[in-house]
Design a protein around this ligand. Structure first.
Ligand SMILES: NC(=O)c1ccc[n+]([C@@H]2O[C@H](COP(=O)([O-])OP(=O)(O)OC[C@H]3O[C@@H](n4cnc5c(N)ncnc54)[C@H](OP(=O)(O)O)[C@@H]3O)[C@@H](O)[C@H]2O)c1
Length: 319
């Protein structure tokens, strides 16, 4: 069968033949893959740079997707850390990490949205102790997960959502998704500091998709300007689009009631993820969240890999 195949870490996958997958044991099944998303997580898997990478080659990338079971049912599946990923005509899945989708679910829409929507959905519901009416700031709101975070925050009842991101062309559009305030990271540095300080005065939760310098700068602007130092500020590290490392001023953790945590595989267990995926599958079926999407045939996967500038989530479709 055909698959996307990485033969050197960091190089794009080619379209090549691989052996048919085999299900082993009663908890596995082979599904026909209908859609598999090309997310930053998949790029880091293929580059061998994700913290769960084993470095095994050749590697078929793809950490999740939508497939058709032998009985005809549709499932959304998550894969363990494996060299036999979702970007193939067929893949063996662990049924304990798969969720049956409601009838008439759109495979491409689910594959495109599940990972970016889940990022903030799980962070708010499983890590933040978030309550309706609380104020959220999304740091890195222009990507798929950031735009989803604006919508998820509103869907879960946020009282206000500040969307912080780069790009005069994209940032203003975030109000259409539910942001009550937008801040462009690309603006004048002093003005940006003032805007962040003001936006952060009474925020309860920061959903951070950037890390790196933007996080350091945002913390430096927000911490000294809190309206009430003892008000809990939960800062959730979710993504690292701007850098894997960031410096946190030591005083920040003493001067205000700052709780710095993360959300992802590991800090949230597989059972909790599965439960949230079930809920989200129903939300997606209702069309709750907008995720701009572009489908690419599996045979064109190499060209799709080169497209890193698109605001659309690429979904690879076999067949
Ligand atoms: N922990 C989880 O559960 C989870 C789940 C999903 C995603 N994530 C992580 O969250 C991050 C975002 O994912 P995504 O799916 O939204 O990716 P994406 O669609 O590729 O978006 C990334 C965004 O970050 C922006 N960006 C990059 N560097 C920046 C900088 N220095 N300052 C401001 N903006 C910057 C990009 O802007 P440009 O287009 O202008 O470069 C783009 O809008 C990734 O690190 C991903 O791995 C984590």
């Amino acid at each position: 069968m055909k698959a996307a195949v990485v033969t050197a870490l960091g190089e794009p996958p080619g379209y090549a033949d691989v052996p048919e997958p085999q299900a082993s044991g009663k908890d596995e099944a082979v599904v026909d893959v209908l859609a598999a998303a090309l997310s930053p997580r998949v790029r880091s898997q293929a580059a061998g740079s994700h913290y769960t990478s084993t470095g095994e080659l050749p590697l078929v990338p793809g950490i999740d997707g939508v497939g058709r079971l032998p009985d005809g049912g549709l499932v959304y599946f998550l894969l363990p850390d494996t060299a036999r990923g979702a970007m193939a005509e067929r893949v063996a899945i662990d049924l304990r990490r798969a969720v049956r989708l409601p009838s008439r679910s759109d495979p491409v829409a689910v594959a495109a949205a599940m990972n970016p929507v889940m990022a903030s959905w799980v962070a708010l519901r499983r890590r933040a102790g978030f309550r309706r009416g609380q104020r959220v700031l999304v740091l890195g709101a222009t990507g798929s997960a950031g735009r989803a975070a604006v919508q998820v925050s509103r869907r879960l009842g946020a009282g206000a959502v500040t969307a912080v991101g780069c790009g005069t062309a994209r940032v203003p559009g975030l109000t259409r998704l539910g942001a009550t305030r937008v801040v462009d990271l690309g603006g004048d540095r002093e003005a940006l500091g003032r805007q962040l300080a003001d936006a952060g005065r009474d925020v309860d939760v920061v959903l951070d998709f950037l890390w790196g310098e933007p996080t350091r700068d945002a913390l430096s602007a927000i911490v000294p300007n809190r309206a009430r130092d003892e008000q809990l500020l939960t800062w959730i590290q979710i993504g690292s689009a701007a850098g894997l490392e960031s410096s946190v001023p030591s005083a920040a953790l003493r001067a205000v009631n700052l709780r710095l945590i993360g959300s992802g595989q590991g800090s949230v267990g597989p059972r909790a993820y599965r439960k949230e995926v079930e809920v989200l599958a129903r939300e997606l079926r209702k069309g709750a969240f907008r995720t701009p999407t572009r489908t690419v045939p599996l045979r064109d996967v190499e060209a799709a890999w080169a497209d890193t500038g698109s605001a659309e989530r690429i979904v690879v479709v076999p067949g």
